[in-house]
Design a protein around this ligand. Structure first.
Ligand code: SF4
Length: 269
């Protein structure tokens, strides 16, 4: 329920989290599945089943979280069920560190791209996410996502197609956040940008004193003002009270196993 309102709506977004992540952000709030390997092994049939199960529950969309390293498998599954069995939009919820070749596999299968754009400076990507070229890769990836989904379509308050770029403002890095907004506005000033302030320090930032605090409310307000001044006009802001671990999902593998066990009772899947 805690995604942007056009994604969550009132019935919720059907999130499927994939274990592991191409980045290793020191501040990751989903550390146990992104840095570790918490999860269950499932095959393509089970992934189809989970998508259709979430659709049957009434989810507004299927929200694939940290899916990048499974792009080929996901494309195969979606090619079989999208449109015929799976009718709701598919959201690709990613770090933004995507190969163009992987995104091309998803063309026509993903309706909504929900990438992060974390840093305007490759050096910060190296420092905090352990990759040397985050900014270059993410800018090219977002441009490709926009090429595939050039128009944002929102129907009855729920997004059906389009792109929303997320930027998590980090403490001590207001100037980099401004450059992020500059880059996005130059890329496409009609882009919908979600400017997030939900950062809170996790144990992973113990070696980074500048990250051991929450973002100041005055800094966040400055960024919201900058957002408008730079020419962006569409997007979302967050309430500072969201900077708490209360909004980190509880990953319950026993519950997931129970859901998967229903698959054999539903041969249609
Ligand atoms: S990209 Fe997101 S999920 Fe991956 S390590 Fe960074 S914060 Fe965590």
């Amino acid at each position: 329920m805690w995604e942007e309102p056009v994604i969550s709506g009132d019935k919720g977004s059907g999130t499927i989290f994939f274990s592991g992540c191409a980045l290793k952000c020191v501040y990751c709030q989903n550390y146990e599945i992104s840095h570790g390997a918490k999860g269950l092994f499932i095959d393509g049939g089970e992934l189809s089943f989970l998508m259709l199960y979430l659709q049957d529950l009434g989810a507004h969309n299927i929200n694939l979280v940290t899916p990048s390293h499974y792009a080929g498998h996901i494309a195969e599954v979606l090619a079989k069920i999208k449109g015929s069995l799976l009718k709701i939009p598919v959201v690709y919820n990613t770090s933004g560190y995507e190969k163009i070749s992987a995104l091309k596999l998803l063309e026509g299968l993903v309706d909504i791209y929900l990438p992060d754009f974390k840093y305007a400076d490759n050096a910060l990507g190296q420092k905090y996410s352990k990759v040397p070229d985050y900014t270059d890769i993410a800018v090219a990836a977002i441009a490709e996502m926009r090429r595939q989904q050039p128009v944002d379509i929102i129907d009855n308050g729920i997004m059906q197609k389009g792109v929303i770029v997320r930027h998590l403002a980090l403490p001590s890095h207001k100037e980099d956040s401004k450059k992020v907004l500059d880059i996005l506005s130059r890329l496409d000033s009609t882009l919908c940008v979600s400017l997030m302030c939900q950062y809170f320090p996790t144990p992973g930032v113990s070696a980074f004193p500048e990250l051991q605090k929450r973002i100041r409310k005055s800094d966040y307000n400055d960024l919201l003002e900058y957002f408008q001044n730079v020419g962006l006009s569409r997007g979302f802001s967050q309430c500072p009270s969201s900077a708490t671990e209360d909004y980190v999902p509880d990953f319950d593998l026993a519950e997931l196993s129970k859901i998967l066990s229903k698959k054999s009772a539903l041969p249609i899947y």
